[in-house]
Design a protein around this ligand. Structure first.
Ligand code: HEM
Ligand code: HEM
Length: 487
């Protein structure tokens, strides 16, 4: 309790909610504190609450609801439009703090906590897209996984694992943001809105106008809901292995052979780290094959035959399969082939066509985890081809867009990832084998400077070069003339 506070002022009739309100509100502000520039923090908080409400609703109702039911699509669109508003408002909030030097001591940690929140929000958007359950989720998960592998964090962060993405998006990051916000707000509330650093700006202290604050918050929510009603979050169906197998069975057969032969993308994966250390022959071919073969007691077990063959015979089987693959004829052979490699592939192709193969791959992991099926799709090249067709390949600044293929359509894509595209293009990172690692290093450095900005000598005086503070904090001419007239 505050030392100069009189405990007797709280009695049995005290209203707890009123007390709470008294504790958390700002009461007196410098005159400019009632302007919209200083409502941005509250508006950001409004977005955070709206994201939590819509996010929890979607989490409870499930993916089919948010993708296909009219109410689900509406709530998902509110979530997406809120993200758009949230990031836009945060950027303005940062610019106000920056240009008024609101980050100076003793508020330096207010900035630091805020900047960490900003970084977490950007990361959170990628995990959010990963949850959606459409083509964007698949493509972003694959690109995101490469990025995290490039940063060495891929052992812990795997966007291809849906369960992990879900827990990170709905629990870990929101809770971290919430606690950081508490720290941000408690310090700011204790010290009050910063006074002008420029001595030529005069101000007086006035009561905080909460009515106007709530009107601004209400207008923001109305705008978001209206936009979500008219412009829905996009949806392009996810690509399934069954679609590829029906359209191009030879492509699937060739991919299976490459996995069996350990020459596929996954088997030869290369980045700062390689978390795909599982055996591609076991995961993609023999385990699903054995599950299917165990149901059929009449055909001989091709995998056992292969294992019992001599090394020379094994090499000959693989060489023959490769010859068929080169002529695009591998998928024409069936489970009854005398070549056990071709027989295994011949068994799996019909399974791939009816969707069972993909389910078998996904079931090899104990939780909802698409690492195997998405890596397999990646190996076929169809994810990349579809992304290029939709204009969202990395080389086309794809992370900045979603399935509409444009940042200008409504709702816009992730325009906030433009710095990543800029770094990729400026440093020609897409043609560099260590591009992901280098992009992460450059962005990591920029982020560190952003977070520690108030503590960096000279740099933290940068805002003083721009005369923007008087526009935000200076007395309005009209007010001044009214006051002068009254005097
Ligand atoms: C969830 C995100 C955030 C929320 C809800 C939030 C909320 C607030 C609120 C309510 C205030 C006091 C009133 C106002 O200035 O609006 C404030 C002040 C401040 N915030 Fe944030 N903020 C967030 C993120 C950030 C970020 C990303 C930064 C900068 C990197 C930042 C820097 C500041 C600074 C420097 C002040 C003090 C301004 C002054 O006293 O003049 N905040 N914030
Ligand atoms: C900083 C806060 C948050 C950000 C920036 C954010 C961002 C996103 C984005 C960009 C999407 C994809 C939207 C789309 O499909 O069009 C998404 C989806 C989702 N988010 Fe969040 N989110 C946040 C907070 C939350 C919270 C607190 C929850 C739940 C507790 C949540 C649950 C979900 C769920 C279930 C989805 C999948 C449905 C969907 O695609 O919209 N989010 N999020």
């Amino acid at each position: 309790m505050n030392e100069d506070q009189d405990p007797t002022e709280y009695g049995p009739r005290t209203n707890a909610f009123k007390t709470l309100r008294e504790k958390i509100y700002f009461h007196r502000l410098p005159s400019y504190g009632n302007r919209i520039f200083y409502s941005l923090g509250f508006m950001a908080l409004t977005c955070l609450l709206l994201l939590t409400i819509t996010g929890i609703t979607m989490g409870f109702m499930g993916q089919t609801w948010w993708l296909f039911s009219p109410w689900g699509i509406f709530v998902r669109s509110i979530h997406l439009w809120t993200v758009q508003a949230f990031i836009f408002i945060l950027i303005l909030h940062v610019l106000v703090g920056f240009s008024t030097s609101g980050f100076r001591a003793p508020r330096r940690m207010v900035w630091v906590f805020g900047a960490i929140i900003f970084a977490l929000v950007l990361i959170q958007t990628e995990f959010g897209y990963g949850l959606r359950g459409d083509f964007a989720s698949q493509y972003r998960a694959i690109s995101g996984a490469d990025f995290w592998n490039g940063t060495y964090l891929g052992y812990w962060l795997n966007p291809l694992n849906y369960t992990q993405t879900f827990i990170i998006h709905v629990a870990i990051i929101p809770l971290t943001i919430f606690f950081l916000f508490l720290a941000h707000y408690l310090i700011e509330h204790t010290y009050g809105i910063a006074k002008p650093y420029r001595k030529d700006i005069s101000y007086k202290m006035v009561p905080a106008d909460h009515r106007v604050l709530f009107i601004r918050g209400g207008a923001l929510v109305t705008l978001i809901i209206t936009l979500a009603f008219f412009f829905h979050s996009p949806y392009v169906p996810a690509i399934r292995i069954a679609d590829v197998a029906k359209k191009d069975p030879n492509l699937v057969a060739t991919t299976l052979l490459a996995d069996f032969d350990h020459t596929s993308d996954t088997a030869t994966y290369f980045d700062s780290i390689d978390p795909y250390t599982f055996d591609t022959r076991t995961v993609f071919v023999t385990t699903p094959y054995e599950q299917v073969a165990s149901l059929d007691r009449h055909t001989p077990d091709a995998w056992t035959i292969f294992k019992q063959s001599s090394t020379t015979a094994r090499q000959a089987y693989i060489a023959q399969a490769k010859q068929y693959a080169a002529r695009d004829m591998l998928a024409q052979h069936t489970a009854s082939s005398t070549n056990p490699v071709i027989a295994m592939i011949g068994t799996l192709i019909p399974m791939a066509k009816n969707g069972i193969y993909e389910s078998l791959l996904d079931q090899e992991n104990p939780s909802i985890n698409y690492t195997y099926s998405l890596r397999f799709l990646k190996e076929t090249g169809v994810l990349h081809a579809q992304a290029s067709a939709l204009n969202m390949d990395t080389a086309q600044w794809g992370m900045v867009k979603d399935e509409t293929g444009s940042v200008w359509k409504l709702p816009p894509g992730s325009w906030w990832l433009a710095p990543l595209g800029l770094v990729n293009t400026a440093f020609n990172l897409l043609n560099n084998s260590y591009g992901d690692r280098d992009a992460a290093l450059i962005l990591g450095f920029i982020l560190l400077v952003f977070i520690l900005f108030p503590y960096i000598p000279y740099l933290n005086r940068l805002p003083e070069l721009f005369p923007i503070a008087p526009l935000i904090q200076g007395e309005r001419k009209s007010n001044k003339s009214i006051e002068e007239a009254v005097d």
